[in-house]
Design a protein around this ligand. Structure first.
Ligand code: FES
Length: 112
C-alpha cells in the first residue's frame, strides 16, 4: 500500500492564511495553495481558471480581500475559500481545482 504523501506540518500553515507547496500529482509537478482554518486545511491547484496564471504574486505570497476571498494577483479574480468558486472578476462562476487533503499526525497529506 502506498504511503500517504505528506505536504507540510499543519502548524507550518498560518491559521487563516496561506501556504504554497509543490507536489507531484499523477506524475506532474504541481503548485498548491493551502488555506488553513483551525484544524482544517483546504487545497487548490495554484492555477487561476481565468488565464491559467499562478494566483500568488511571488512564490507563497497570496492576496486576501477584506471579505476574506483569495484574490488572483494577475487580474484580480476573487475566490471563495470554502468552495473555490470565483465570486467576482473575469472568471466569475468558474472554480479553482480542489485537491483532497487529510490531516494525520499533525501533517497535511494528500488524501489517498
Ligand atoms: S489569471 Fe487570474 S484573474 Fe486573470
Amino acid at each position: 500500500m502506498n504511503q500517504p504523501v505528506s505536504l507540510i506540518a499543519l502548524d507550518a500553515v498560518p491559521d487563516g492564511g496561506f501556504t504554497e507547496v509543490e507536489v507531484v500529482i499523477d506524475g506532474d509537478a504541481e503548485s498548491l495553495v493551502l488555506h488553513r482554518v483551525g484544524e482544517q486545511v483546504r487545497g487548490y491547484l495554484n492555477i487561476c481558471p481565468h488565464a491559467g496564471r499562478r494566483l500568488d504574486w511571488a512564490p507563497g505570497q497570496f492576496l486576501k480581500s477584506r471579505e476574506g476571498h483569495l484574490v488572483c494577483a494577475a487580474h484580480g479574480a476573487s475566490f471563495a475559500l470554502d468552495s473555490g468558486e470565483c465570486v467576482a472578476g473575469p472568471c466569475k462562476g468558474d472554480h479553482l481545482r480542489a485537491v483532497a487533503l487529510q490531516i494525520r499526525d499533525g501533517q497535511v497529506q494528500l488524501a489517498p
